[in-house]
Design a protein around this ligand. Sequence first.
Ligand SMILES: *Cc1c(COP(=O)(O)O)cnc(C)c1O
Length: 429
Amino acid sequence: MNLTERDARHIWHPYTQMKTAAPPLPVVKAEGALLYDEQGRSYIDCVASWWVNLHGHAHPYIAEKVHQQLLQLEHVIFAGFTHPPAVELAERLIGHLPDRQNRIFYSDNGSSAVEIGIKMAIQYFFNQGRPRTQLVAFDMGFHGETFGAMAASGDHSFFTAFQDFLFEVKRIPNPVQGQEAAALEALEAHLKTGEVYAFIFEPLVMGAGGMIMYEPEILSQLMALCKKYGALCIADEVMTGFGRTGRMFACDYLTEQPDIMCLSKGLTGGTLPLAVTSCTEEVFEAFWSDDKYKTFFHGHSYTANPVGCAAALASLDLLESEGSARDRQRVEAQHRAFRARIEQHPAVRSSRQRGTILAVEFESEEATGYFNNLRDQLYHYFLDRGVLLRPLGNLIYMIPPYCITNEQLEQAYSAMEAAFSAFLLQEQD
Ligand SMILES: *Cc1c(COP(=O)(O)O)cnc(C)c1O
């Protein structure tokens, strides 16, 4: 039996209809932006392996740091104990995070980072003897897979089975061009009840909801409203963090600063699962007490795993280098030139970009959305051409590792252009 057949016997893949999906591609090694299968065929990883990879695969510098840490200290309980990588990483993250962030709470995936942020916000008010009951989020926000994170997420078609089991979250319009006033008005109406403990959002780019992009000015205005009514702001930077949007964090574009931030995905450069929920000293102080009941009772077995922290420190070394900054600017410029090139293409409805994130909406007669049939066809069309892209319905996006070369970018762009022409003809048939 080959690897694919053995996989099919016992493995259940994420976000995959196991009956109808094509067999998974076995990847045996990777380097830079390239994934290699058993036959030595290569695929350009234009989605950074689900938005996690920053500096390329199997990066020797990160591998060396992880190796050293494994021989030194692989793991230790983080209640009652601490260790150098956790402390150093906290110090370095605080140096990069927006001004008021001052405390680092570790976990191991983005959904958990979001759960922790929501729980912190709830208990922040509870501990002060004035509990509040409402969470506010954007219509098409996406915050993860666990129950709190699903509840905070918008009405996504893939969560339908769980809808009746989720706690209620107040929705406001995505603040895209033309909807800014509606979003402000809806938020203020909720805030006026005095019941809102937090507003959670993906700053500037709403990823899984369809790479919906909006401007820093409107987000700053929404956050200022929260401040006026004493509600906390939770910035979910799980996808946008670590240089993705052109700055270190999307919040760096804002004039207001969040109270709580959620980080994961790029935190370790895409090497190991690790997450952080950071908060201001003011949030932390609501838990600081002689009263044991004001403790934040939350923790995961692998909280602050030293190997994960070592990978994150190595990733930060790379991210802080001039070469990485140049790469991000280069990718951003290449994306911009490609958008100009396809602007007039009859198959392109629209395109948008923030930093290294590019999204192109394909002109399709079917409704835009996750279950758009075009999606599966496009996915395989690109794979056949050695390019890994995972369209969201008829939306094709790129979130490449920063080290992707101009030649590799060109190969991906050309595959997209070829697809526009091929599929436009098909739609017209
Ligand atoms: C991916 C994602 C999450 C969930 O992170 P996981 O590590 O997959 O649990 C949460 N929020 C945003 C914005 C994301 O993109």
